[in-house]
Write a protein that binds this ligand. Structure first.
Ligand SMILES: C=C(OP(=O)(O)O)C(=O)O
Ligand SMILES: [Mg+2]
Length: 557
């Protein structure tokens, strides 16, 4: 058995034989055309028009987000500046095939150089070029294979035209070697709930027909799985299917211990879906998401309006708002636009707010006003708190503004190690496992090359969480989890065993976690956590927890 790592989309797990996407057409040779430039131009135009119409038809058939994507691709095909480039090459005596290949390649380079969202459109452009060249050659465009049985589709990066028309009865999962979480493959996989792992570089060596397990929750593709691995994956897939159709009940363990399940939200518009999926409140409102594209600080009025909308969606429920977390993965130009060599270790979170204290004061003002206008139970916390003194600074200031419940995020090891002191001062702590893992393992959470270190199952991270859980119990102060770890159904049980009282996650993860908690008592959760704590590494902790959980579950039933 070996594991290939990538970025998982969603929480699904699937298994099956690999079928690889056909390799792209070979590049056309740069030979002189035997036809007139006029004839080559007409061939190119006819091919481009035919491909654009075909993409539009596929879009109309697929509907939804796929239609927009395919229409955008059709527009790319007929883009006037691209066609000018094609014509220029034909005028130099090139064939239509070579002219299309070369002009699209030049555009691709420009897109890739721009990076980010535009860079991820490069795959869309490649697909258009391949389709036009295939049309010119009179051969079928490379596309989704049809081995005649259900399969795990492995590709470099799927073009939207292919993803849109995937036969979901045949495609068990998707694995790409390129593409990130914002690529179209990822967007469409999310929309269609296809189990997917993208950017798994090692998948380039997978062979047609070999059996793999695709675990989106862990972002891992397992090759040569054992019978036991396959059975475990099947159990998880079955559990997910029944969790999705289970009744929505308040989060609780098998012995009835309540574990409120809350939502991580970035804007009030997400509240309705969260409530529909059973969120019992909000455990993390990432306010900086509202202002990522703003060049100046938001006004108090602007903020009051948005916060009021969010709080109004949760009458009588807890809503934990985080003040602006600027820096590193969440740049806010108006809080910190300095170039820093190591922005994750720089002026971010509460440090940046403290350096622009007016902005913090205005945010607290807006929050207090929104609180007064609504029925929600408002809790406010600061991000990236690394000292006891910062805890005192923030909680005192929040209380000065009338915030009744003021706490801190524990996402730096120093705060976890001094949690007993932090929780003497703060009303609550919320553990951000994404950053806590980044800082404990010294691995930049944005860097693919160190992604294997960014695993919250690592016992070093779990031991820090235990510190905070114990401090919470000693001071009778609530400790919650709001990092991605809370969305992992088994890790959620471990976290409760370590002392977490609430779990907050992306709303789509609520059903899986709800079902998993119902499988274990508090006593079990503590034993499972203990097993994970004593492992050497993340993989060992996951395995120890799985084995203990299976044993405890058998005893329970
Ligand atoms: C919840 C967290 O905050 P963010 O992901 O927004 O940094 C975290 O770090 O775990
Ligand atoms: Mg964080």
């Amino acid at each position: 058995m070996s594991e290939l790592r990538g970025v998982g989309i969603g929480l699904g797990v699937a298994q099956g034989p690999v079928a690889r996407m056909a390799e792209p057409l070979p590049a056309p040779a740069d030979t002189a055309s035997e036809q007139t430039a006029e004839q080559e131009r007409e061939r190119a135009r006819a091919a481009v028009t035919a491909v654009a119409r075909e993409l539009e038809q596929r879009g109309a058939k697929a509907g939804g987000a796929a239609r927009d994507v395919l229409e955008a691709q059709a527009m790319m095909a007929e883009d006037p500046s691209l066609l000018t480039e094609v014509d220029a090459r034909i005028a130099q005596g090139k064939t239509a095939e070579f002219a299309v290949f070369d002009a699209f390649a030049t555009f691709r380079e420009q897109l890739t150089a721009m990076g980010g969202y535009l860079g991820e459109r490069a795959a869309d452009l490649d697909d258009v070029a391949q389709r036009v060249i295939a049309h010119l050659r009179g051969v079928p465009a490379p596309g989704v294979p049809d081995p005649g049985h259900p399969f795990v589709l492995v590709a470099k990066d799927l073009a939207p035209a292919d993803t849109a028309l995937l036969d979901l009865d045949k495609v068990l999962a998707l694995v790409t070697t390129e593409g990130g979480p914002t690529s179209h493959t990822a967007i469409l996989a999310r929309e269609k709930s296809i189990v997917a792992v993208v950017g798994a570089v090692g998948a380039k060596d997978l062979a047609d027909g070999e059996t793999v397990i695709v675990d989106a929750a862990a972002g891992v593709v397992t090759t040569s799985p054992s019978e036991e691995d396959l059975a475990r994956a099947q159990n998880r897939a079955d559990a997910r299917a029944s969790a999705a159709s289970a009744p929505i009940t308040p989060g609780a363990l098998a012995d009835g211990t309540p574990v409120p399940l809350l939502a991580n939200l970035g804007k009030p518009e997400g509240a309705e879906e969260a409530v529909a999926l059973g969120a019992e409140g909000v455990g993390l409102f990432r306010t900086e998401f509202l202002f990522l594209s703003s060049s100046s600080a938001p006004t108090v009025e602007q903020q009051r309006e948005t916060y009021t909308k969010m709080l109004a969606a949760f009458p009588g429920k807890k809503v934990v708002v985080r003040v602006l977390d600027a820096g590193a993965d969440k740049p806010l130009a108006f809080l910190n636009d300095a170039h820093e060599e190591n922005p994750a270790l720089g002026l971010r979170g509460l440090r940046a707010l403290r350096a622009s204290e007016d902005i913090l004061r205005e945010q607290l003002t807006a929050l207090a006003q929104a609180d007064a206008a609504t029925e929600a139970d408002l809790w406010v916390m600061a991000p990236m708190v690394s000292t006891v003194e910062e805890t005192r600074y923030f909680t005192e200031m929040a209380r000065d503004y009338g915030i009744k419940t003021a706490g801190v995020m524990v996402e730096v090891p120093s705060s976890a190690l001094l949690a007993d002191k932090v929780l003497q001062i703060a009303d609550f702590a919320s553990i951000g496992t994404n950053d806590l893992t980044q800082y404990t393992l010294a691995a930049d959470r944005l860097l693919g090359s160190v992604a294997a270190f960014q695993d919250p199952w690592h016992p070093a991270v779990l031991r820090l969480i235990r510190e905070v859980g114990e401090a919470g119990a000693a001071h009778d102060k609530p400790v919650g989890i709001c990092g991605e770890a809370a969305a992992d159904p088994l890790l959620a049980v471990v976290l409760v065993g370590l002392g977490a009282k609430t779990l907050s996650m992306a709303p789509t993860a609520l059903a899986d976690v709800r079902a998993s908690l119902l499988d274990h008592t508090l006593h079990d959760a503590r034993r499972i956590a203990q097993a994970a704590l004593t492992a050497d590494d993340a993989a060992g902790a996951r395995l120890a927890a799985q084995q203990t959980a299976t044993r405890e579950k058998e005893t329970l039933s």
